[in-house]
Design a protein. Sequence first.
Length: 167
Amino acid sequence: MLYMMSYLWLIFYRNTMNYQIDKIQESEYPEVVEVWEASVRATHDFLKEEDIAYFKPLILKDYLKAVDLRGVRNDQHQIIGFLGVAEKKIEMLFLHPDARGRGIGKMLVDYALHKMHVTKVDVNEQNKQAVDFYKHVGFQTISRSELDGLGMPYPILSMEITKYSNP
């Protein structure tokens, strides 16, 4: 069992060792929005086209400025995933669809937990992959709202983590 866990950790480390997390600059916001849109289109099939069109300029002009923003870049220095944190809460975590399954989301959450001292996240209930991901890394649902923060009919799960240990 110990050998298997060590082997799995080695695979995770190998898959993420070429990536680094760094601060995203305001001049990079258009690139971040491109990643956001690609991610949303791949994972948020419950959103309508007009919802994406509504949120896109808000993300660019308002929401990114409201969080402490970190990104993961590939070897061409392109942003392939990002994390936004405010008040010890993950406000946004999005990966380009081509970057999924490489341990980058876990790497960003590890960073948020250990470096930014995050304890909370809100997740669209209809985004089952995200809900399962956060449960997998140790978050638990503490409450549910029928409406999102803008009063739209997209149920939100508020999740918290109380104890975190990196495998």
